[in-house]
Design a protein around this ligand. Sequence first.
Ligand SMILES: [Zn+2]
Length: 215
Amino acid sequence: MLLKDERDELCGIGRRLAGTGLVTGSAGNVSVRSGDLVAVTPGGMMLDRMAPADCPVVDMSARLVEGERAPSSETPMHLALYEATPAAAIVHTHSTYGAVVATTMSELPPIHYNTLLLGGVVRVAEYATYGTPELAENVRAAMAGGKRAALMANHGGVAIGRDLDEAFENARLLEWLCGVYVRAKTIGEPRVLTDEELARVVERGLTPPEFPRVT
Ligand SMILES: [Zn+2]
């Protein structure tokens, strides 16, 4: 089986996404890259009920290389992000607070310094129908400039990482930041950190971990 370890990992992350409530049912998708191949979750399947053989392997042109099931409908977005960033893994969810912010705002302001771990202000990609090349392009644009996460208008969020664990943690951080923002709005106007305040945090060393150089 091609990418056996990676497909095992996809199943583990699927269970964690369901267990933490970031994903309900099949409303999310995950992928991991190894060289020129990508193992991705199948379309329309509960993420906590997948077996490794359920996860198809595609090449960078979205051609099915191995697997019985069809790749997730958002595979074009995953491939666009692998092309545009050094990501080795991608997690996309419809997590609640991420979807709330993505439905109401054009960006998530930096209200907590940990937003720097995602590359600062999180942009909301312009709306496009799910699974389309337009959506893939909009998300790629929102992720430009070294971002580790983006929101997708009226849809959800996406996070990248050097491996699946990191992409998962970035997705969890994105949801936490959105949750803090939304809850803060219920009791007042959240104070947004200034560029200077954020610069001082960067000086203390809080920046996203470097991606390995792609050779
Ligand atoms: Zn989606």
